[in-house]
Design a protein around this ligand. Structure first.
Ligand code: ADE
Length: 251
């Protein structure tokens, strides 16, 4: 799977992608991540990527030109470009590529969407910045607008990393079966998650606080935080029941 990221801050993407699963998946050639600074696709002396909104108003709006030029240089066979420059310019099927624009206005990103994206060959992620982006990017370039939650961030870089990580871990062979924390209910429906514990069986927070230098006054009882007994019982049927009772379904 190939990820093309359009951003004004490629270093942010590169830094995070150089750790953990994204690093491993790149090393194993399961994914390829390429960043493009669309400032490199400006023609003026100041490398301008934004301008004031028509009709007035506060803030600056990202211009369509640098984004359009970056996307065009990739010769991406997505549905919108396909109709614009014709089949002969592309080798891949347009159905295997999607251009995503990150915006708080977009469709909410879910595990189900992560699964749908993981079936594609190429994802092009446009990271917005500043107060907004020329609406023609939405209308004529992006296939979908995605939001990662009901809050406003400063740009699409964190959302791009969120989407890349969620999609990459679903690609075949990227993580081992035992690393799949959540049992899959069905491919598209969701995952079951239940609480997990590991050693020690009994954790004594006050003892630990004393060990790291806290002077605790008037503490009478020693408090113990215990692992539920059932999980230590070795009774697999009971454990299964307990997990079912405490599970949550993540859609
Ligand atoms: N850009 C700013 N906020 C965002 C959000 N919540 N999701 C996606 N892109 C964004």
């Amino acid at each position: 799977m190939k990820f093309d990221i359009l951003t004004l801050f490629p270093e942010l993407i590169k830094f995070y992608s150089n750790y953990s699963i994204l690093k491993k998946a790149q090393k194993e050639k399961k994914i390829e991540i390429i960043t493009y600074n669309f400032r490199d696709f400006t023609a003026d002396k100041y490398r301008t990527v934004d301008d004031r909104p028509f009709g007035g108003g506060r803030g600056m709006i990202l211009k369509i030109e640098p984004i359009f030029k970056t996307i065009a240089s990739l010769k991406i066979p997505n549905s919108k470009f396909y109709s614009l420059i014709g089949k002969s310019n592309f080798q891949q099927s347009p159905k295997k590529t999607k251009i995503i624009l990150f915006t708080p206005r977009g469709k909410k990103f879910t595990q189900k969407i992560a699964h749908q994206f993981s079936q594609l060959e190429r994802l092009v992620l446009i990271c917005g910045r500043y107060e907004g982006i020329d609406e023609r990017v939405v209308k004529y370039i992006a296939d979908e607008q995605i939001s990662i939650g009901n809050y406003v961030l400063m740009g699409g870089e964190l959302p791009a990393l969120v989407v890349m990580e969620a999609v990459t871990r679903l690609l075949p062979g990227v993580i081992g079966k035992s690393e799949f924390l959540f049992k899959r209910i069905s491919k598209t429906k969701g995952f079951i998650e239940h609480p997990q514990y590991t050693r020690p069986e009994i954790f004594e927070p006050l003892k630990t606080l004393t060990e790291i230098g806290f002077k605790l006054k008037r503490v009478k009882k020693n408090i113990k935080w215990r692992v539920p007994k059932i999980l230590l019982s070795g009774n697999h049927q009971q454990i299964k029941k307990w997990r079912e009772k405490h599970q949550k379904i993540i859609i």
